[in-house]
Structures are given as structure tokens and as C-alpha cells.
Design a protein around this ligand. Structure first.
Ligand SMILES: Nc1ncnc2c1ncn2[C@@H]1O[C@H](COP(=O)(O)OP(=O)(O)OP(=O)(O)O)[C@@H](O)[C@H]1O
Length: 499
């Protein structure tokens, strides 16, 4: 056996993140690690990568006991990790990012030419083409991830840990990554992949280990299981399927008219975009990220000024208004990037869960602390948010649990209009159903929702109407009832659909 983690336990105060976990990895194997949010997947991998020390337990690498006190130690022993949030320097080139820490030298100086040649040879060897001289900032996320993988290969990794690697990728990039993993595995590399996407597990993994509440629920050959069984093992119960009722549309809540934002290179990033969302309607926006969706959201929420056009919310002109004024006009917002916009990392669960709720929890000018706490208790129960207490800092929450907290907080605002950007990114299958149910409930209660998602299944499942964005423009509009994944994918790629 290439790697064995035996009886790993990790506690944080009274919280047990991993409890007597046994995990093994074979040479050339792709091993998926799945489980609900907060099940302990990332903790186990941080221990393997030397970022955390286990409270107890041992690690055997090729039969020899090892102890990693930091990631450098783990890298020296051939273990590499690609994190969910890439750790590249955007202003550096591909080659500079890959060789950083092990730079080739001429005399005392960095040998740029040699670095580029070495990286080119590495790309050829592993059949992962990329131009070593391109700036990382100019690369799409799929290629940035390729740089991360090349970096760990350059460092000599035989074991590669990928933490939710397809979370930020387009469907096409995600497919490519799975092909790359299979190809590298056939060349003897071994992978551990943390993921919530069970169809990917079924497609790419040889074995899968399920964690629940920090404990192992089983390790099985993928060929001997299926997605339903895995989700039962993860959640411990059957999942109810979300049902969508017939829509009852009301008045127009959001009206976006011909908005344009000029780009830096003369090409607009938003080009005369118009759309409407009615009460009781979910309008889905599909598109490969970087085609204007983020700018559209930022202009509606007041985070980015527009050069032309108008935006009305509840009949009121909000073009050029401040973020606070727009929120007060009836908007709530689940942001795409929960770390940048959605949360204050140093704040507690209580503080983060109540942001934006203070106005509605006052009596005679005094803040109702008790009722805010009760509200957050409700969030924790309904969304099964795993946290020590309401006073725990959110930086200690697992990624999926923080996402659930933000979703709960924004839906509870009970505003007439909600922007839900990637609302289920990083959440487990059970939580995804809860979030979908809540979004549909809001729509059924006559809320208007703008859903932006890179998951086509999510767009198709929840939307009443679908708009596809391509290069800052609306490439097409489809009724959700008749739309297919193929039609949407075609429009997303700049093709024509005959919808
Ligand atoms: N440094 C820390 N201090 C306190 N608690 C922590 C710390 N790191 C992790 N935890 C807790 O340990 C538990 C396991 O977290 P972990 O990040 O491993 O979960 P996960 O399975 O990766 O979840 P997700 O799918 O949401 O990423 C969670 O309850 C989390 O809040």
C-alpha cells in the first residue's frame, strides 16, 4: 500500500473533526473522499499535507512511519495539494509560478530561460500543454488549476490531493480535468479528491471513502456502488426530491434596461443587457464564468457603476444608488464569493448570521439581542450548520457550513428580490436539497429571484426562464420547461440554438 493513515483523531477543544479514521491509497489510484459539510474531509487532508498535526494516529508512507510538521515536509516526501482557492501569483508567468521555491539559477540570479524550458519539458512529459510565458492573471480558471497541478508535479509529487477541484470550473473544464487525472494516474500518480459531485466520483474514482461526523462510514470500490448508495451513506437517510410547483407570476420586481459597461480594451463587458424578473419567478442566468454575469450582479447590487442604461427595483430607479440604499429598496444577495463579499472571517457565527437584520430586530431603538440569537438558532437547525456555538468565529467553519449560514441569512431577509449567485457552491447533497427547497419556497411566496449558477442541472431544476450570457451579451432566452442542457451549452459556447 502506498499510503496508510491509521486511527487518525483530531480534536479542536470539545469538537472532534476526525475520529479514529483509517484511510489508504494505492499506487496509481484515484480515491474520492466524500461526506457532508463539516464531516472532516479537509481536516484529514490537512493532516496528510502537514498543515495540521493529528491529536493521535499514525501515517505510513510506503510502509514507513512518517510525521509531517509542515507542508514542506510533506512535499519533500512526494505529497502535493491543490487547494480550493488557488495560491498563484497573478502577475507572475506560468513558469515563474511553477518553479517558485525551486528556481533554476545562473550564478546568483534566477534563470528565466531555463525555467521556461524546464516547464515546457514538464508540460510535454505529462501532456499538459500551456504557454510557460503567459501571465497567470490572463488565464481562465481551468488553466490556472493546470498551473497548480504542474507546480506539484514539478515539486515531485506522487500523491496529489485535490480539494473540490471542479467547484470553480466550467462543465467543459471539469470534464478535461477528469481526463487529465485519469491520464496521470495511468502514469503512476495517485490522487485523493475531495468532492461533493457524486457523478464525478462515479466517473473517475477507483475507490471512494465516505466520512460522516468525523468517522469512516465505509470505503468501497466505485464499480460496486452508485450515487444513491453513496448519498445514503453520507447523509444517513434517504433524500427527499425537491418538487417544483406551477409558477404564479406577479408584478415586475426587477427591470434592467440596456445596461452597458465599457471594458478596458474597448470591448464592453456588458453590452446592452436587458432583463426582467417578476414576483413569483426564478430567472436563471447560465454562462461560462467571465461572460458578464459577475458584472451584471455587481451593477444591480451597486458595487459597480454602469456606463449606460437603467435599473429599477420595485418600480424605483436604483441606477447609481449606494449599496445600502439598494438593499433597503428590497434586495438581498447571496454573493458568488463568500469570502470576499459574504462574510467577515474574524466575526462570529452570530455576527455573520445577523448582518443586515439589525434594522428589523429593534424595539424602541434598542437591539433585540435575544431575538437575533433565536433567529440564528433557527438557521443552525434548519440548515444543519455544524458549529461549536454561535460565538465560534466563522473562519473555523467548514466551507460548506459558512455557505449555508450566508444563504440562510439572506433568504431570511424576506426581501422581494433575491440574487442567488452560485448558492450551492461547496455544499453537500443534503444541504443542496434544503437550499433548493428554500429558494422555491421564496418563489412560491411571490419572491423574485435572479439565479446565477454554473451548474446547468441547478439552472434547469429551479428556473422558470433561462437567459444565457456570452461575451457580455444575452445570447439567448429559453423557457425552462423546454430547454435542454445541449441547447444551453451551445449558447454558452457562443453557438446558435434553435429554441
Ligand atoms: N481550526 C479549527 N478550529 C475549530 N474547528 C475547526 C477547525 N478546523 C475545522 N474545524 C471544524 O472541524 C469540522 C470538520 O471540518 P472540515 O473542514 O474538515 O469539514 P469538511 O468535511 O471538509 O467540510 P466541507 O465539505 O464543508 O468543506 C467542522 O465542524 C469545522 O468547523
Amino acid at each position: 500500500m502506498l499510503l496508510q493513515m491509521n486511527q487518525i483523531t483530531k480534536t479542536y477543544g470539545s469538537l472532534t473533526a476526525n475520529s479514529n479514521v483509517d484511510f489508504s491509497l494505492r499506487e496509481g489510484e484515484i480515491h474520492a473522499l466524500v461526506g457532508e459539510n463539516g464531516a472532516g474531509k479537509t481536516t484529514l487532508m490537512r493532516i496528510l499535507y502537514g498543515m495540521e498535526q493529528p491529536t493521535s494516529g499514525t501515517i505510513l508512507l510506503r510502509g514507513r512511519k512518517v510525521q509531517f510538521v509542515n507542508p514542506t515536509n510533506a512535499i519533500q516526501q512526494g505529497i502535493g495539494m491543490v487547494h480550493q482557492h488557488f495560491m498563484l501569483f497573478p502577475s507572475f508567468t506560468v513558469a515563474e509560478n511553477i518553479v517558485i521555491g525551486n528556481e533554476p539559477q545562473v550564478g546568483v540570479k534566477f534563470d528565466r530561460k531555463k525555467a521556461a524550458l524546464q516547464v515546457k519539458a514538464l508540460c510535454d512529459m505529462y501532456r499538459l500543454p500551456i504557454d510557460p510565458l503567459r501571465k497567470v492573471a490572463a488565464l481562465p480558471l481551468g488553466l490556472q488549476q493546470r498551473v497548480e497541478i504542474l507546480k506539484v508535479l514539478y515539486q515531485g509529487a506522487d500523491i496529489i490531493i485535490l480539494d473540490e477541484p471542479t467547484g470553480v470550473l466550467t462543465p467543459l473544464e471539469a470534464k478535461e480535468l477528469l481526463v487529465i487525472m485519469k491520464s496521470l494516474a495511468s502514469q503512476g500518480k495517485s490522487f485523493i479528491v475531495i468532492t461533493h459531485k457524486l457523478h464525478e466520483v462515479m466517473e473517475v474514482a477507483d475507490r471512494v471513502t465516505v466520512l460522516r461526523d468525523g468517522k469512516i462510514r465505509g470505503t468501497v470500490d466505485t464499480s460496486a456502488t452508485n450515487a444513491e448508495e453513496l448519498s445514503r451513506l453520507m447523509v444517513g437517510r434517504e433524500l427527499a426530491q425537491t418538487r417544483k410547483s406551477a409558477a404564479r407570476f406577479g408584478e415586475t420586481v426587477l427591470e434592467v434596461k440596456e445596461i452597458t459597461i465599457q471594458g478596458k480594451k474597448g470591448k464592453p463587458v456588458l453590452d446592452r443587457v436587458s432583463l426582467e424578473v417578476k414576483a413569483g419567478e426564478i430567472l436563471g442566468i447560465a454562462g461560462i464564468s467571465g461572460n458578464g454575469q459577475s458584472e451584471l450582479i455587481q451593477s444591480i447590487t451597486g458595487l459597480q457603476p454602469i456606463d449606460q442604461g437603467h435599473i429599477r427595483l420595485m418600480g424605483k430607479e436604483i441606477t447609481g444608488c449606494l449599496v445600502r440604499e439598494i438593499r433597503e429598496s428590497g434586495l438581498s444577495h447571496i454573493p458568488e464569493d463568500r469570502y470576499q463579499w459574504g462574510a467577515a472571517k474574524e466575526g462570529s457565527v452570530l455576527e455573520n448570521g445577523t448582518m443586515g437584520h439589525h434594522r428589523t430586530h429593534r424595539r424602541n431603538g434598542f437591539l433585540q439581542g435575544k431575538s437575533l440569537r433565536n433567529m440564528v438558532d433557527g438557521f443552525i437547525q434548519q440548515f444543519q450548520i455544524k458549529t461549536g456555538s454561535q460565538d465560534t468565529k466563522v473562519k473555523f467553519l467548514s466551507g460548506g457550513n459558512l455557505q449555508k449560514l450566508i444563504v440562510a441569512r439572506e433568504i431570511a431577509q424576506k426581501q422581494p428580490f433575491l440574487i442567488a449567485a452560485e448558492p450551492t457552491r461547496g455544499v453537500d447533497v443534503g444541504a443542496m436539497e434544503v437550499i433548493h427547497d428554500e429558494l422555491l419556497k421564496k418563489r412560491d411566496e411571490q419572491g423574485a429571484i435572479l439565479l446565477v449558477s454554473s451548474e446547468l442541472t441547478e439552472i434547469l431544476k429551479l428556473s422558470d426562464r433561462i437567459i444565457v450570457m456570452y461575451e457580455g451579451r444575452i445570447a439567448g432566452e429559453l423557457s425552462a420547461q423546454h430547454a435542454t442542457e445541449e441547447q444551453i451549452s451551445l449558447l454558452m459556447a457562443g453557438g446558435d440554438s434553435h429554441a
